[in-house]
Design a protein. Structure first.
Ligand code: ADA
Length: 570
């Protein structure tokens, strides 16, 4: 078996006339002399100032050499994230198309791969009119192959969709290992061994069959995964065909149980408060490419704040999931089903469009399959601030929730509602997410940034009313977004709007309110760091960045950082 990273240097060119070049395939020709050399993963907006505002079609191409190719090779190209539409070509053959910018996908290239030099080309299109999800750009529309690329070659068959479910049982654990192998009619043998953190084998088992294979397991003594003690187990898998081992994988997992009881979230039977934080990853140097050094520094800073759960509008790459497993940082993962907002009176909306629905369901599927073995993931969220009250929304969200449940029943389903307008999601979600900005947007004009004379004071009465009402739903309430923008460095002893002082006061007051409602099981200030936000009007205050960060775009702390640290470390 061979694992090849295809991240690194690629050739890159902007397609200045995608219509004229329709049907082009640069994988059939030698590497292109006048193309620029760039690093993948990366966002093209960071490849040079001239690409910063570019939305369109770009081509990426590279060569790789395969010296040893088995007769019956199974070869899979794995992309961790390409924004937005990716057309993949290998050696002059179109392999496939993928839609969606933030979830991984793999393509079978067994029929196109060859011994010796291989030529790979990817056409990436991030034109806004082509983008269906997110429905509007609430974060910057960076283009490119912004996450890693790899190739896996095995002989005859390959391990796929590995799923390890493990729940505490008495003092031990009980669960199963499931895999899918292709081709589905080939008889294979699967063996698995589970090791604890000292490396001692706590269980081993075997099975044989074709297509989907499952081995149940249990072991007598298990250390549970929790933020305080994030114990991991590793499962070593071996797949054999005709008595010969053809594929091997090692998968980390944890043993823990999540459930809700009334308004509470329980982890391993104990009530837990989610000391959360939203994070829309963006950075002046790497854009939305999760640079390992940058995200690790962010996670260190989140730990210093006392944060135990992170929420993002889109799923992060796998190495971040690994990092969170090891650190005990819980995750609220969300697909970019973001701000789908048809009017309630309209019919034939995006919710009833079968293409949009199957795209949404597929994104959910890709998110869950990527993260299914990660104990840090506690919530699968199927969206943010959509019109879930719309009569057509019900079938749409039901399909998303059913997709989650078909793959995983061991985590909680979430949804971040607009000011508590949960619509159909109040029945489908296990936890009720409430995004609200009372005390902020009612006090400013978004167009000019000026204050509105109508509301001179911060008025949190509507927040209290909302919490009173929602507490009656009998489910945990998660304050999934709240904050005020603060211009970095703007200090004001009179706590003027847009100052760091007002933001600090806003968070203090909101948190004070939450503390009085036992149904509030977690709070997620929006957000950790300032980020590029095209939805914000450029005005007297906003400069293209969303300024709700507790740290600025370069990660310098604002005053609010300390407010949250005091609350969360208390
Ligand atoms: C919404 C949205 C966020 C952000 C926020 C804001 O709640 O979910 O992405 O745009 O508003 O800053 O206004």
């Amino acid at each position: 078996m061979q694992d090849l990273s295809l991240s690194g240097l690629w050739k890159f060119s902007v397609d200045q006339d995608p219509e004229y070049h329709r049907g082009c395939d640069y994988s059939g020709v030698p590497l292109l002399r006048y193309w620029k050399e760039v690093v993948v993963p990366g966002c093209w907006n960071r490849y040079g100032a001239e690409y910063d505002l570019f939305e369109g079609v770009c081509w990426f191409a590279r060569e790789f050499v395969i010296e040893d190719l088995p007769q019956a090779a199974v070869a899979k190209l794995n992309f961790e994230g390409v924004n937005y539409l990716a057309d993949v070509f290998l050696n002059g053959k179109k392999i496939g198309t993928h839609e969606g910018g933030y979830t991984p996908f793999s393509m079978d290239v067994s029929a196109a791969i060859t011994r010796g030099i291989n030529r790979l080309a990817v056409r990436v299109d991030n034109r806004r009119l082509k983008i269906k999800l997110p429905a509007v750009m609430g974060w910057y529309n960076y283009g490119g192959i912004h996450r890693g690329v790899s190739l896996r070659i095995t002989d005859k068959t390959q391990l796929n969709e590995i799923k390890i479910s493990a729940l505490p049982e008495g003092k031990g654990a009980k669960g199963s290992v499931t895999v899918r192998v292709e081709p589905a009619d080939l008889k294979v043998e699967l063996s698995a061994r589970i090791m604890d953190r000292t490396g001692e084998c706590v269980w081993s088992g075997k099975t044989s069959g074709a297509g989907k294979l499952e081995i149940p397991f249990d072991f007598q003594k298990a250390d549970l995964w929790s933020p305080v003690d994030p114990t991991l187990y590793v499962c070593d898998l071996e797949l054999a065909a005709d008595g010969e081992v053809v594929d091997k994988r090692s998968v980390f997992f944890g043993v823990r149980r999540l459930e809700t009881r009334g308004n509470q979230i329980l982890l391993n039977n104990e009530k837990i408060y989610l000391k959360g934080m939203c994070h829309v990853f963006d950075h002046p140097i790497c854009g939305m490419t999760f640079d390992p050094a940058v995200i690790r520094a962010d996670l260190d800073d989140l730990r210093a704040l006392g944060v135990n759960c992170m929420r993002s509008h889109f799923p992060p790459p796998s190495f971040v999931l690994d990092e969170c497993d090891r650190r005990g940082m819980m995750l609220w993962l969300e697909v970019p089903i973001y701000c789908l907002n048809p009017k309630s009176s309209d019919s034939g909306t995006v919710f009833s469009d079968n293409g949009a629905k199957s795209l949404a369901v597929n994104m959910v599927r890709e998110m869950v399959l990527q993260a299914i073995n990660h104990p840090s993931v506690i919530i699968w969220s199927v969206g943010n601030e959509c019109n879930a009250e719309h009569p057509e929304a019900e079938a749409f969200f039901r399909a998303c929730v059913e997709q989650v449940r078909a793959l995983d029943r061991s985590r909680l389903i979430g949804y971040a509602s607009y000011y508590g307008e949960t619509g159909c999601m109040k029945d489908y979600a296990d936890v009720i997410g409430i995004n609200q900005y009372w005390g902020w947007y009612d006090r400013i004009s978004q167009l000019t940034g000026d204050s509105l004379p109508a509301s001179k004071e911060m008025n949190l009465a509507p927040l209290e009313k909302c919490l009173n009402e929602k507490s009656k739903l009998g489910k945990p309430l998660l304050m999934s977004e709240f904050n005020a923008d603060a211009m970095p460095g703007c200090l004001s002893s009179s706590r003027d709007l847009w100052s760091e002082n007002y933001q600090a006061l806003f968070l203090e007051k909101q948190m004070e309110v939450f503390a009085r409602y036992p149904a509030v099981a977690g709070s997620f200030p929006f957000c950790y760091a300032d980020y590029r936000d095209p939805s914000k009007h450029v005005n007297q205050r906003w400069n293209g960045l969303n300024l709700k960060g507790l740290v600025d775009y370069k990660r310098k702390h604002k005053l609010a950082w300390d407010v949250i640290r005091r609350r969360y470390q208390a």
